[in-house]
Write a protein that binds this ligand. Structure first.
Ligand SMILES: [Zn+2]
Length: 623
């Protein structure tokens, strides 16, 4: 599969440890699939990193990113306000990256990690290009962000629009369903653990390697220093530990709260026993888990924390708050769970864990990333196969009329402008040929289709009928031999966009890019240039029409729509043509993605002969 992955949770120059789990997923998927990543960085990060000269990537990260195609567009947004418009801000911030990627890559599905705003961009894009959108919900996006009423509505919309929602724990699946999302499309999926790094080992050796004292009891906290992690509660609970002198707490990570916590710790005189290690690279983290007696976590909210899963994989028990998917990880014998926000209970749980002593020999096994990627593919693949079913393609919306025009098109001035364009530039847009020409133009849209197009070509050849085929770029890419055959047998190849988007709902630049990409593709296949364009559904807004005309694009519409897409049988279509005589200059719309067109050709060929008409390709009109 070809996947486009959109997430702000991805290692970047400013924060090489952020979203490492997504990097692991991408790398594991890359073994069998093609992936492009868009990882937006907020403009605040970009500004700060310039100031801090953080642009140097660690060599570790470079090695990890090797072979992965990542774009880091800057996410422009209003800090703290208008959060429910973040989906729109992010869309405009990443639009250019999307365009660049789409100019040479056709995703089979769009994946997002995080419901909003990342998921909003993914579902919007997926709709435009007619592929499934899969949104992975990570925790706070469903648990916390939904507490704001308006943001909740945005998140619900994203999850409703997504074709699959992937929850990283059972708990999160339940919470997602509480938002009114259909259970059938919410999947529980467990992220992997990097088994090359995280496995049990000697505690003493690990302490030696990282250079911390060999004796004494040690606790480890790992994460991003943000309020939801409850670090203040953790520091408070430290005061309640028995034999405090014997405990050492390591806080690994970075984040906006770090400075304040550091000063709190030193104000309480705890600097000797609480150490801020700063961010620790993944490679070294495994030794830290092995080196400590327990991992602690005091979060108010979590999905299913990787930190605990990695700790388990290294054979180290944990003490954590009873939130999110954490209970799904806990081994009743070893791991302790407490209420969030309760520093006394947390201290007691740590004391109890140490009183019990000894560490785990048989902690539950965690899936490797390879296994996790495979189970992820098992969620996405059926959707992709369904979307690519050529007999029920997702990129065709029912029939060619898309309902009421947009408000802009009902505007009288715009209608006037449109009329003026069409009147003054008549050579650029045609819907009907001249009545004097004695020609009839058959046009077939939405192919090439491996079965129906080739059968239709056989029939056209047998009756010596020439026609014009407006092909969809993504299908031409898949069936180039059919495109070449169309040309070789004397028909004309036209451009029917790359993704067949609804031209009313797609930005003009996307539309033009798709047309250009299809042009390039067709030029490679059949040699010539200047392909005529037929807009999907025959729809164009005034602005898009103007842009196309400025690009000197010749646009072909139709005056006869036999509505074969609404037919249930070939007879129905034949019946329609039997009632309607052919007229000189007719441009007839049919579809070679459907089986019916080929059955009416013998009838049409007969009628044309009787009336002294001939079938020609649309370029004859211009010559
Ligand atoms: Zn079409």
């Amino acid at each position: 599969m070809r996947l486009l992955f959109i997430t702000s949770d991805f290692p970047s120059p400013d924060d090489p440890t952020r979203g490492v789990f997504n990097l692991h997923l991408v790398r594991a998927l890359l073994e069998e699939h093609e992936i492009r990543v868009i990882a937006p960085r907020t403009w605040l990060e970009v500004v700060n990193s310039r100031r801090a000269r953080l642009n140097m990537l660690s060599s570790d990260l470079w090695a990890q990113l090797a072979g992965i195609d990542v774009e880091y567009p800057t996410f422009y947004h209003t800090p703290k306000i208008f959060r429910n418009a973040y989906g729109l801000f992010l869309w405009h911030s990443v639009k250019q990256s999307i365009r660049r990627i789409l100019s040479s890559f056709s995703p089979d599905a769009v994946i997002a990690y995080w419901a909003h705003p990342d998921g909003a961009v993914a579902t919007r894009l997926a709709k435009i290009i007619g592929v499934p959108a899969v949104v992975i919900v990570g925790g706070s996006d469903v648990l916390l962000l939904t507490k704001n009423r308006r943001r909740r509505a945005q998140i619900q919309k994203v999850l409703q629009d997504a074709h699959a929602v992937v929850a990283v724990s059972r708990d999160l699946k339940n919470k997602t369903m509480d938002l009114g999302i259909d259970e059938a499309k919410v999947h529980v999926w467990h992220q992997g653990v990097d088994e090359r790094l995280f496995f049990p080992g000697s505690r003493a050796e690990a302490r030696g390697r990282i250079g911390i004292p060999l004796t004494g009891r040690k606790l480890l906290w790992v994460g991003r220093m943000v309020p939801v992690k409850g670090l203040d509660v953790l520091v408070q609970s430290y005061a309640g530990l028995r034999d405090r002198g014997d405990f050492h707490l390591y806080l690994a990570g970075d984040g906006p709260l770090r400075k304040r916590l550091e000063s709190d710790v030193s104000a309480q005189g705890l600097s000797d026993s609480i150490t801020f290690t700063g961010p620790i690279s993944h490679e070294h983290l495994a030794d830290w888990y092995r080196a400590v007696d327990a991992t602690v976590m005091a979060s108010y909210s979590e999905g299913i924390p990787n930190v605990l899963r990695e700790s388990i994989a290294c054979g180290t028990p944990f003490v954590a708050t009873h939130v999110g998917g954490i209970p799904e990880l806990a081994n009743g014998q070893l791991d302790r769970l407490v209420r969030p926000g309760d520093s006394t209970a947390l201290a007691e749980a740590i004391n109890r864990l140490f009183a019990q002593g000894s560490r785990a020999d048989s902690l539950p096994k965690q899936p490797s990333w390879k296994e996790a990627a495979r189970s992820f593919v098992r969620i996405v693949q059926p959707l992709v196969s369904k979307a690519q079913d050529l007999d029920h393609p997702w990129w065709i919306v029912g029939n060619s009329s898309l309902g009421a025009p947009r408000r802009a098109d009902r505007n009288v001035w715009l209608q006037f402008a449109r009329k003026a364009l069409v009147t003054f530039l008549p050579l650029h847009i045609i819907a009907q040929g001249p009545a004097m020409s004695r020609s009839v133009y058959l046009t077939f849209d939405d192919g090439p289709h491996p079965k129906h197009t080739s059968h239709l070509l056989d029939v056209l050849k047998a009756y010596n009928v020439k026609a014009t085929f407006f092909v969809i770029g993504r299908l031409a890419e898949k069936y180039p031999e059919l495109v070449r055959r169309i040309q070789e047998e004397g028909h004309m190849v036209g451009n029917h966009s790359f993704y067949h988007p609804n031209p009313n709902s797609v930005p003009a630049s996307f539309l033009l890019n798709g047309i250009d990409r299809t042009d390039r593709l067709l030029a490679e296949m059949v040699g010539n240039k200047d392909f005529f364009y037929r807009p999907p559904y025959g729809k164009l807004t005034t602005w898009k029409l103007l842009r196309l005309m400025l690009a000197k694009r010749k646009i072909v519409l139709w005056n006869v729509d036999a509505k074969d897409y609404a037919c249930q049988s070939a007879e129905e279509l034949l019946d329609w043509f039997q009632k309607r005589p052919l007229a000189s200059g007719d441009v007839i719309l049919l579809h070679d993605r459907l089986p019916y067109a080929s059955t009416v050709i013998p009838h049409l060929a007969g009628v044309a002969k009787e009336q002294g008409l001939r079938f020609t390709t649309i370029d004859q009109y211009f010559s």
